[in-house]
Design a protein around this ligand. Structure first.
Ligand code: SF4
Length: 433
């Protein structure tokens, strides 16, 4: 790639939210992204901040060191550890996530993703009661009713409505005009202003409202005049609208997991959608966070059988949220070395967990500047998948989207660092790689 030349690259995928839009057009000049189209309030600042990088950047403490020396030091730390933890992965991509599981298997580590601090209750709920699923394309082509529950997509997923609700679909040729949009949340938002119906629920009232809707959908009487701030008539109207729809789609966000017993709130929604399938076709999907957290779930599932909070310290995978969750293990001081594959999730850890993270040796792989909450014994500045390296990201509907390289970089990608550490650890263990 000649950095002096202006290049236009089309159909680039963005990983700044779970939509993973793959229709972006980037203009590249002087080794930088200089324009992004179509516009998006999250994607533009991130993409315009990306550039090529000529020099690998590794440190032991504050001391810059060559790549091989950093790998040697990281492998030595891990060989001394009896309870290592690998955490993060949502800013990575399939190759990096796969290598992280391989490393966990090699050193007998626990491995956990940032899902454990966000949609973990949703995963536990859908493991219990299942989910009525579909692709986003199916929703665009078929839905005449779209409900956002505990989510503000206009802010968190800026093009979600544009691409899957406003756009015409095969069986919804009028697009937005052919769909009814409902927002259910604890307070008005940018998205509720765009909705046809806004239903405000008291904080902590989601479970009661969802259970009342289940009763109505099943034809049972509802005696209460109000349920968690929502009038009976509003609930009756929504239940009837859901039953009458030709194809209904529900998207839920972290708002549903912030109050009460999070996994029971999600379970109530999943069960409501199951009930609705007695009357019409209805589906439910999670609004996933930035990066490739859906890919981390998928890679861990296909490699270990479980989506997060997995221990490989007995050579076979064990799954137990809480027992093998990064935050809890760090709080209980059950970890003596950590490998952070991306630091995006560290801010969501509790202060006690972060305090222990600062005490133990750590190997940090990160493409952004790391915050003051963790310094790292060994630090690798890494290339970005979808910018400097190809890869795969999973959209919120678990559709894998290819990521392309759009800028050159001498920085190593996550899988290149992890594979080098694995080779060195195996040579120290005298295991053929
Ligand atoms: S909606 Fe999300 S994935 Fe799409 S361009 Fe914006 S930030 Fe990127």
């Amino acid at each position: 790639m000649n950095p002096a030349k202006t290049t236009i690259i089309e159909n680039v995928a963005c990983t700044m939210c779970g939509c993973v839009c793959d229709d972006l057009k980037l203009t590249i000049a002087d080794g930088r992204v200089v324009s992004v189209s179509p516009g998006c309030s999250l994607a533009e600042p991130w993409l315009l901040g990306q550039s090529s990088s000529d020099e690998p950047s590794c440190r032991i403490g504050e001391q810059p060191v060559p790549f091989d020396q950093a790998v040697e030091h990281a492998a030595g730390l891990l060989m001394k550890s009896t309870a290592p933890l690998i955490y993060g992965l949502s800013g990575s991509s399939t190759p990096g996530q796969r290598s992280a599981v391989h490393l966990a298997d090699t050193i007998g580590a626990c491995i956990d993703t940032t899902a454990s601090t966000c949609h973990a209750p949703s995963i536990v709920a859908l493991q219990k009661v299942g989910e009525s699923t579909c692709s986003l394309g199916e929703i665009k082509n078929r839905s005449d009713l779209v409900i956002y529950w505990g989510s503000n997509p206009a802010k968190s997923h800026p093009r979600h409505m544009e691409r899957f609700v406003d756009a015409p679909g095969q069986h919804v040729p009028k697009g937005r005009a052919g769909r009814h949009v409902v927002v259910v949340d604890v307070k008005p938002s940018e998205s509720s202003e765009l909705a046809d119906t806004f239903i405000q629920v008291d904080p902590g009232g989601d479970f009661d409202v969802l259970w009342a809707l289940r009763s109505l959908v099943r034809g049972l009487p509802l005696d209460a005049a109000f349920v968690s701030g929502v009038s009976r008539q509003t609930l009756v109207d929504l239940a009837n609208r859901m039953k009458r729809s030709r194809y209904g789609a529900t998207f839920f966000g972290l708002g549903l997991t912030r109050h009460g017993i999070p996994h029971l709130n999600v379970e109530a929604l999943l069960r409501l959608v199951t009930d609705l399938n007695q009357h019409t076709r209805f589906v439910v999907r999670r609004m996933r966070i930035p990066g490739d957290v859906a890919g981390a779930d998928s890679v861990l599932c296909w490699q270990t059988g479980y989506p997060f909070s997995v221990s490989l310290n007995r050579t076979y995978p064990r799954y137990n949220p809480g027992e093998f969750t990064a935050n809890n293990m760090l709080e209980r001081h059950e970890v003596d070395a950590a490998i952070l594959v991306g630091t995006e999730g560290v801010e969501k850890l509790s202060e006690a967990a972060r305090a222990w993270l600062r005490e133990i040796p750590s190997v940090i792989l990160d493409h952004a500047g790391i915050g003051s909450f963790v310094s790292g014994t060994v630090h690798f500045t890494t290339a970005v998948y979808g910018i400097h390296r190809p890869g795969t990201a999973y959209r919120m509907d678990e559709t894998p989207i290819p990521l392309r390289r759009v800028l050159d970089s001498a920085l190593p990608a996550d899988h290149e660092v992890l594979d080098a550490i694995i080779r060195r650890v195996k040579s120290m263990q005298k295991i053929p790689s």
